[in-house]
Design a binder for this molecule. Sequence first.
Ligand SMILES: [Zn+2]
Length: 242
Amino acid sequence: MRRFRPRRWLVWTLVPVLVLLISLWGTWQVSDSRTFQFYGGLTDRVDTADKVVALTFDDGPTEGTPEVLKALAEAQVKATFFVTGRELAAHPEHGKAIVRAGHELGNHTYSHQRMVLVGGDFVRSEVERTDALIRAAGHTGEIHFRPPNGKKLLSLPRYLAQHQRQTIMWDVEPESDGTDAADPAAITRAVLEKTRPGSIVLLHVMYPVRQPSLAAVPGLVAGLKERGYRFVTVSELLALRR
Ligand SMILES: [Zn+2]
């Protein structure tokens, strides 16, 4: 019987290709991770026994802001809005209205690009320009940061760590966890099911296409309040841990 001997050239070709593929896959996984990054702090929820939850909205502000603020006022809760500099520059009045209503503004970069394989200067510009607009909208206190699509790899976390800032992620994402994102009742159910003390809920409510998410807000707020939850901003949530 002949023993199997892989041809040498085949090994020399296949092994590096496999190593490369596995590294790429690993890098992609890390860049996507909700709970891990190479540098600095990352928060996807806060470990607490208190029944608190932070409601967070990504993107905007857009023309849809008044409707969102109305829903939150009716539900009597405060939320955190991770806005982009580009949209804030286009709608400064909506940014100011968010702050005036007592909600928190967070930084979601200037141009909403994937912050992977980007240089330090690009990161600085994306973060700092947006910070300046958030300050101009009237936000005082710490400015929290959330990367677009939750993507980060090296330069972004390194920059944030150098500036004593961390990455704010989330642990409840009803729009992308297999829930029917077109059905407000399904979104509400998913949030009620998955929220734990210290959770951070992510929703997108700024664009017409996300109408079901906005429609889910009254139900999920009522349901969580019924279960004894209190709504806090990201700053208030982080303060509980310290
Ligand atoms: Zn976004």
